[in-house]
Design a protein around this ligand. Structure first.
Ligand code: SF4
Length: 327
């Protein structure tokens, strides 16, 4: 592999805190989740290798000592060569720069070979597994006729990762239509004993005031049953997450899963191409700036109604789970 210039990442006086990059490896997926609004027709479908290197170079250009790389999709299992490259190149950059790199990967657990799972474990890749609950929940969410054997494969992959010593966290997405099953699904996942569970709400229409209340009540029930979660990231839509898409376009704020349902929002988060930035630090945004972008779009009536609804939901979850009661 060729030498890469890491820009200000070679700074001998690294800054405290952690720099974070969410990187889409592919737009392809083997599911078609009801609450996923990624535009599958956009090209390129996969992150080109040259763009991957530029994205990693941008991450390592940060003046921060601690870095976090979150590999995302689509479903990364459909692009295993890109996963191997992303992990191998970034681990090499970690060794060369002396930085501390944490890698995580979001997956629906379907389509991995055993060799790939062993690779992820060996390279200390943390896994965020998208599992919404029992077979009925997973089948409903998947948007395709999910055969029982696929659900069994998902659980088998999660168990294998756990046996291999992977850091595994389950991401349980709650759709508004299924909010009353949140606690039941949490208990199902907890009983599997696979790892920590986090609850997330679907960024989708349907969060009426009644469902919002149900969500909060169910969360409190889950909390009483052992749900442990940091809600500081909420509302996720105003979190200034730095995101690089397969086409090399960098955004502050991640609206990738809302491309087709809130296209103006996804556009407003875009900052430019990878090549435009000499340091990841230049992209550091604030929640206030994200809120301003969203308010501007709302004033122009360019946002679907569910966007303020899910922001209100995130704020309510953050506030109520902190206070411990539903008002
Ligand atoms: S939410 Fe994830 S698993 Fe579901 S279709 Fe979208 S990319 Fe695929």
């Amino acid at each position: 592999m060729e030498q890469v210039n890491y820009g200000s990442g070679n700074n001998p006086d690294p800054q405290p805190g952690k720099a974070d990059l969410l990187l889409a490896l592919t737009r392809r997926c083997n599911l078609n989740c009801r609450y996923c609004f990624i535009d599958r027709r956009r090209k390129p479908a996969d992150l080109p290798r040259k763009t991957l290197k530029l994205a990693l170079k941008l991450l390592f250009s940060s003046s921060k000592k601690a870095l976090s790389l979150q590999l995302f999709g689509g479903e990364p299992a459909l692009a295993p060569a890109l996963v191997f490259d992303a992990v191998a190149i970034s681990r090499r950059m970690e060794a060369e720069t002396g930085k501390r790199l944490e890698i995580s990967l979001t997956t629906n657990l379907l389509g991995w070979s055993d060799a790939a799972l062993r690779f992820l474990a060996k390279e200390r890749v943390g896994i965020l597994a998208s599992l919404d609950g029992d077979e009925a929940a997973q089948t409903w969410r998947s948007g395709i006729n999910l055969p029982k054997r696929d659900f069994i494969r998902m659980l088998a992959a999660a168990r294998r990762l756990k046996r291999l010593g992977c850091r595994l966290r389950l991401n349980m997405v709650v759709a508004p239509e299924k909010v009353r099953r949140l606690h039941k699904n949490f208990i199902f996942l907890k009983t599997l004993g696979l790892g920590e569970i986090q609850a997330a709400y679907a960024l989708a229409p349907g969060w009426t005031a009644n469902r919002r209340l149900q969500f909060l009540k169910q969360l409190l029930k889950a909390k009483a049953s052992g749900l442990r979660q940091d809600w500081e990231i909420e509302p996720v839509l105003t979190h200034p997450q730095i995101f690089c898409d397969c086409d090399g376009v960098v955004s502050v704020g991640c609206a990738a899963v809302l491309e087709t349902s809130a296209p103006a929002l996804a556009e407003s988060f875009k900052m430019g191409n990878l090549g435009n930035f000499s340091s990841l630090d230049d992209l550091a945004g604030s929640r206030r700036e994200q809120e301003t972008k969203i308010s501007r779009l709302a004033a122009q009536r360019a946002l679907p109604r569910f966007i303020p609804e899910v922001i209100a939901l995130g704020n309510a979850a953050k506030s109520v789970l902190g206070r411990g009661k539903v008002s």
